[in-house]
Design a protein around this ligand. Structure first.
Ligand SMILES: O=C(O)CCC(=O)C(=O)O
Ligand SMILES: [Fe+2]
Length: 421
């Protein structure tokens, strides 16, 4: 068999006997056989529940079962037109390759060019990826012969993909495959356990925890914790934001065919924002804050995005939205599971956070945190549709806030590898 571009995402086949699909695919794993992605005979859903489970995020929470028994619904195989095909006819490899080199004879370079072409014609990959797999420089082939694909992979695998035989690099999903063994921050039940702990532990009463909604009242959890952030910490975060400069927020708009989103300024959100990365995230005060949030939630700091600092002038707002981004089901970090929103100042008038479906509006209070989940307790990759919310327009004074978003899986490692978008 031809080695598929997706071989990094091989799924482990489980022993069917021990793995009844009646339970929603939450079976324990066992068995060793491996399904090759190019084995198209397995590209199917083998259970009627597959579509439903996939839509509710099971591909992410249960990859060991789902990628095998629901390969089609999980997008782990491609059978129809889009798909894993071989190249046909003439292949456009991009910029014409130069033969001149002090180190290699023209024959050697010509041979390498022929190998690139053979690779592009005989390797199964999505047609959309093949179409954008191009050498962007005349020296790609010579550089590749010189070992540059290994020396300088960041540039080469992207810009000399035919020469490096690295077309998979051009799509986030194949370049950054999800490891089915990667640990999840929350298994079923952990969401309720965390909120129960936060609302019941005696040592947390100093935060004057208020339950605004919970499963006891048939809602999702929405709670506030006062004085979670000290005044000097809040002031420091605002100052760090001002140092970096707040910029007009971008909304998520268009998703490109390769899965990367294009950010555009949108009317949905007129506030300004900046990310607390690098020097800001290393600042002792911001470290203190993020470590506290990680300790409180029990979710590893690696699973959190860098703090997003927000500034609203009078009249600015963020219309009704959800923090859950479905595109991230297909990313290593997984979806956002929890928002910890920090109010960094007292707002003179307006600027509340409104949960339209729950009839809750929280007014800003310096140092207070507002916590709510984006996912369901029973299925921690599935969106909890009830937690849509908005930042109401500020009427008077400024509003400063910060988002701490926690993901189902490690966020920081893939972020460092340009794998999160
Ligand atoms: O500023 C607020 O009150 C909420 C902001 C928000 O929902 C967001 O940035 O996602
Ligand atoms: Fe939000």
């Amino acid at each position: 068999a031809v080695k598929g571009e997706n071989s990094g995402t091989q799924a482990t086949l489980e022993d069917e006997e021990t793995c009844s699909s009646e339970d929603g695919g939450t079976c324990a794993s066992s068995g060793e056989a491996v399904v090759q992605v190019e084995d198209l005979s397995r590209c199917e859903d083998r259970n009627d529940g597959c579509r439903y489970w996939a839509d509710s995020g099971e591909c992410l929470t249960n990859p060991r079962y789902m990628w095998v028994y629901c390969a089609l619904s999980c997008g782990k195989c491609q059978v129809e037109e889009d798909i894993q095909t071989y190249g046909e006819g003439d292949i456009d490899m991009g910029v014409e390759q130069g033969l001149g080199s002090a180190s290699f004879s023209p024959d050697k370079v010509l041979m390498a060019i022929a190998e690139s072409e053979h690779y592009l014609k005989t390797t199964m990959m999505k047609q959309s990826i093949r179409n954008k797999c191009k050498n962007t420089h005349a020296d790609c082939t010579v550089w590749a012969l010189d070992g540059e694909c290994e020396e300088n992979p960041g540039y080469m695998k992207m810009n000399c993909a035919p020469a490096c035989q690295s077309c998979y690099y051009l799509s986030t999903e194949t370049r950054c495959p999800i490891d089915p063994e990667a640990p999840l921050a929350w298994q079923a039940g952990d969401l309720d356990r965390m909120f129960q702990k936060l609302t019941q532990e005696p040592y947390l009463t100093k935060y004057n925890v208020t339950i605004l909604a919970s499963p006891n009242t048939n809602g999702p959890w929405v709670i506030t914790m006062e004085n979670l952030i000290q005044p000097d910490e809040a002031d420091r975060l605002i100052a760090l934001g001002q140092e970096m400069g707040f910029e007009r927020s971008k909304g998520m708009a268009k998703i490109h065919p390769d899965g990367t989103p294009e950010h555009v300024v949108s009317d949905a959100r007129t506030s300004t924002q900046t990310w607390c990365r690098e020097d800001c995230s290393a600042d002792p005060m911001s470290r203190q804050v993020i470590e506290r949030l990680s300790n409180l939630t029990g979710i590893d700091e690696m699973n959190s995005e860098y703090l997003q600092l927000l500034e609203y002038e009078p009249g600015q707002y963020y219309h009704n939205h959800h923090d859950y981004l479905a595109n991230e089901l297909k990313r290593q970090q997984g979806v956002r599971i929890l928002t910890v929103y920090l109010y960094l100042n007292n707002v003179e008038e307006g600027g509340g956070t409104e949960f339209d479906q729950l009839g809750i509006t929280v007014m800003p209070k310096k140092g207070m945190a507002l916590l709510w989940p984006s996912v369901l307790n029973e299925n921690t990759a599935a969106k909890d549709e009830r937690t849509t919310h908005a930042a109401l327009p500020v009427i008077k004074g400024m509003k400063y806030g910060a988002n701490a978003w926690f993901h189902l899986r490690d966020f920081k490692t893939p972020h460092g590898n340009h794998c999160t978008e």
